[in-house]
Design a protein around this ligand. Structure first.
Ligand SMILES: [Zn+2]
Length: 347
């Protein structure tokens, strides 16, 4: 369903590693004054690509990754990641390969019930007003969520850049735009009543630009739904604390939160302000506990770091961690619902 692949790297910037994703400002949004987007060099200022207005501070370095924090919108932002087998001159192809690879691994570990859980969110919020609506799932992957939406009577389309996932969604009869969420992915006169971004926003180099694109494709009165990892969750807070207390030796939690595929964690209030500034109205941002992967895949698996290197013990740790998270209600994501105001001022 939710491929982590809908992304595109800015070609600007100087001698940046192909995996360093702090991108320039949003061309569609009035950018504030700034002198340089810093990537991986202390001499550059590093501006937050989410709110495009603050210099990132409190940089934490671990496992070849540097993460900064925005004092404005409170986002956590990957500033630099050591490239993996990427050649700068073939950056775009490389990103598509990364997208393809990540998409394949993600789909193989995805919780089967996630599409239904996401659908419940939409159905509840829309109060049953769903007949013949047109829905766009950005980062649709193989189309698991689109399948559920279509069964409920909606007309479905997806945005997906990973070829194999897009092929699979298309083979099931969904319309698929094979583009990045950060570019014009469909005709400018296309409109959708519902747009969803399930665990996609944190993978995009220019999330504000993607939000602006989603706003532009939403019908008047339409609704946007986003799930994304939450900044300030126990996982990133404990990750930073344990990393500091162990002198950098224990970084597993940090590596679960950030890597070359997870470039951002968004904070509640700052994200709400960003959506309002893009044009959305009636924005609600709420912490939720929602699993994307099977319970035994959080310590290890194909996506996240191994904790002990012993597969059986890692699976046990993983399942125990999920049980504890449910028991104590440890939220891991933000559920964002935002509307594009109708011509009559309603939604
Ligand atoms: Zn910011």
């Amino acid at each position: 369903m939710v491929s982590k692949s809908v992304r595109q790297e800015s070609s600007r910037g100087r001698s940046r590693s192909t995996a360093a994703r702090v991108a320039g400002g949003d061309a569609q949004i009035a950018a504030p004054r700034r002198t340089e987007t810093g990537v991986g060099a202390d001499t550059f200022q590093r501006f937050c690509p989410v709110c495009v207005g603050h210099t990132l501070t409190g940089v934490v370095r671990f496992a070849g990754t540097s993460v900064g924090f925005c004092p404005g919108c409170q986002s956590g932002v990957v500033i630099e990641v050591q490239p993996k087998a990427c050649q700068e001159e073939r950056a775009k192809a490389c990103h598509e390969e990364l997208a393809e690879d990540y998409s394949t691994r993600y789909e193989s570990e995805l919780l089967d019930s996630k599409a239904l859980t996401c659908w419940d969110i939409v159905r509840r919020e829309m109060c049953g007003r769903l007949d013949s609506k047109r829905l766009l799932d950005i980062g649709c992957g193989q189309g698991a969520f689109l399948d559920v939406a279509r069964r409920a009577g909606l007309r479905t389309a997806g945005v997906e850049i990973a070829t194999r996932a897009a092929d699979a969604a298309e083979a099931k009869g969904h319309q698929v735009f094979r583009r990045s969420a950060e570019e014009s992915f469909c005709r400018s006169d296309e409109r959708f009543d519902i747009i969803t971004m399930w665990d996609i926003l944190e993978h995009l180099g220019r999330p504000r630009l993607a939000l602006g694109n989603a706003y532009g494709r939403l019908s008047e009165g339409g609704q946007l739904f986003i799930l994304t990892p939450m900044m300030g969750s126990p996982y990133d807070r404990w990750g930073r604390r344990v990393h500091r207390l162990t002198g950098g030796r224990c970084d597993q939690l940090l590596r679960m939160c950030w890597d070359q595929n997870h470039l951002f964690r968004f904070a509640r209030e700052g994200t709400r302000r960003v959506l309002l500034s893009v044009g959305f109205t009636k924005v609600s941002v709420n912490p939720v506990l929602l699993l994307s992967l099977r319970a035994d895949k959080y310590a290890g698996g194909h996506l996240l770091p191994h904790w002990t290197g012993v597969a059986g013990f890692d699976r046990l740790l993983s399942r125990s961690g999920v049980r504890l998270a449910k028991l104590f209600g440890l939220n891991n994501k933000l559920l964002i619902v935002a509307a594009r105001e109708g011509a009559d001022g309603g939604v």
